[in-house]
Write a protein that binds this ligand. Structure first.
Ligand SMILES: [Zn+2]
Length: 232
């Protein structure tokens, strides 16, 4: 069991969201010796504007892209939950899947999409974020929540912090000045999403976005989060 443990668990709705939201921070954490794992909730089978592509082809491509990006970042393991794209719901089954993984890997920090972003926000992002927050507290923590998981040996676990990317209520800015290029290299693995070679405009936009997120800090480029200390 101990070999499975990871200090950081990133729960991403689709293949590629984590690269946009947290990849620069992941590289920094890995360089500090942290074990980072990814949990990819959906298979991304609707994420294409190519009218000729079959969903099952797209799934294979996106899994390979996600594995390649994770390798670039130094992520130890990628767990695919294989839910169809645009299908996440806040169900007891999905919640239990996340609780199971939290109890298995016992992370200190869980990172996911902020479910409270307003208006137009991908439903899968909203649901993944909400279900992950609920899984952290109280379901992963309370031993009476899932007696069957206890019987499997999956004891309760208290996550210390949750970081939410794409938040409208930023309270933590992570320095990615030295890791931004590796973030870009990981993003380039998602060719089905951003093309073979991201346009100069897109590169410029991503850099400007990181600069804006670093505003008020003494570093140049940032990823930003709403950081929540979990109740004990
Ligand atoms: Zn997404």
């Amino acid at each position: 069991m101990t070999t499975k443990q990871a200090q950081i668990m990133v729960v991403t709705p689709h293949p590629d969201d984590a690269e946009f939201g947290v990849a620069g921070t992941v590289v920094r954490l890995v360089s500090e010796g942290k074990n980072v794992i990814y949990v990819v909730c959906t298979n991304g089978d609707k994420g294409s504007s190519d009218m000729n592509i079959k969903p099952e082809e797209l799934v294979k491509i996106r899994e390979q892209e996600q594995l390649a990006a994770a390798k670039v970042l130094g992520v130890r393991e990628v767990i695919f939950l294989h839910h169809p794209d645009q299908s996440l719901e806040d169900t007891p089954e999905f919640r239990k899947e996340i609780v199971r993984l939290i109890r298995m890997y016992r992370p200190e920090v869980v990172i996911t999409a902020d479910p409270y972003r307003r208006y137009l926000w991908h439903r899968d992002h909203r649901i993944a974020g909400q279900v992950t927050l609920d899984a952290v507290f109280p379901y992963a923590r309370d031993h009476l929540a899932y007696p069957d998981l206890m019987e499997e040996g999956l004891k309760p676990h208290k996550v210390k912090e949750v970081w939410l990317w794409a938040s409208e209520d930023i309270n933590y800015r992570s320095d990615v000045t030295n890791t931004f290029d590796i973030k870009m290299a990981a993003l380039r693995c998602h060719k089905s999403q951003i093309g073979d070679n991201p346009s100069p405009e897109r590169k410029k936009w991503l850099r400007q976005w990181a600069e804006e997120l670093a505003e008020g800090e003494d570093f140049e480029l940032a990823e930003a989060f709403h950081r929540v200390e979990a109740r004990q």
